[in-house]
Write a protein that binds this ligand. Structure first.
Ligand code: NI
Length: 258
């Protein structure tokens, strides 16, 4: 299951890599069942763990529902062989011990949820005073295609520092981010279709995008971020695109933690 040295070199050179299989066969159905249950019951909504990635939630409907830290809601996720596989791969790539509080989230695109996840770097969401050293695993539970919202990458963009971002639609009530003027980068975009249970791996500064779902079937994705200890930035990033946010999710999180 470990990556070959050639695959590791490719990941480090182009910033992303496709794997046809990472979820053990016997874990596919249990994982889909957990996933469906968490979304259909709106688990974690009151605590701000479930929220809208792409809209302001004012209508009560979530355009692109997202759950962060789903293992807080379903601890069995932490015991999956998938997680130990991802950890072993990330250790081989990063050459260090993976932190116990690895990142995870789930993004659900319902049939005909024709809303894209705009171009961004994951690190733009994270602490501005450190460099994250992680391998991010984007794992579809349905075959991911261009039509239903597979990942797209800009090869070698993982070598860039964090670029200025803004909230989707320039609306600070929306959680999701978009890199400023994405059209500068995307001439060289590469679509990365992946079969269900496979994986698109990428490094934390990689520019990536996922399209909307234009099909009759759901597009379910589970994302793991396996990181070793981060290192400090000499000068913290001015991530005004995060500090200016005023999302409904933050309000719920504040109320529930009181
Ligand atoms: Ni992302």
């Amino acid at each position: 299951m470990d990556l070959s040295n050639q695959q590791i070199d490719l990941l480090k050179t182009q910033g992303f890599l496709r794997m046809d299989s990472i979820v053990p066969k016997h874990e596919m159905e249990p994982l889909r069942q957990i996933y469906d249950r968490l979304f259909s019951s709106r688990a974690g909504f009151d605590e701000g763990l479930q929220f809208d990635l792409a809209g302001d939630e004012e209508s009560g409907k979530l355009k692109v529902p997202q759950i962060i830290q789903p293992s807080k809601l379903e601890p069995a996720l932490r015991d999956m062989e998938l997680v130990s596989r991802a950890r072993a791969i990330a250790e081989a790539v990063l050459g260090g011990e993976i932190e116990s509080d690895y990142g995870e989230h789930m993004i659900f695109k319902a049939p005909h949820a024709n809303t894209d996840t705009p171009w961004h770097q994951d690190q733009a969401y994270h602490a501005p005073d450190v460099y994250h050293h992680s391998v991010n695993f984007w794992i579809p539970l349905d075959d991911a295609t261009v039509e239903n919202g597979c990942m797209h990458f800009v090869s070698e963009s993982h070598q860039k520092d964090i670029l200025p971002h803004h909230s989707i639609g320039h609306d600070p009530k929306v959680h999701g981010l978009e890199v400023d003027t994405p059209e500068r980068f995307v001439q060289n975009q590469v679509a990365c279709p992946v079969p269900a249970g496979g994986c698109a791996l990428h490094l934390p500064h990689m520019l990536h995008y996922a399209g909307g779902n234009n099909t009759d079937r759901p597009r379910r994705a589970y994302i793991l971020m396996m990181n070793i200890k981060s290192s400090p930035r000499e000068k913290p990033l001015n991530n005004y695109w995060i500090t200016e946010k005023t999302t409904a999710r933050q309000q719920r999180e504040t109320i529930s933690s009181k």
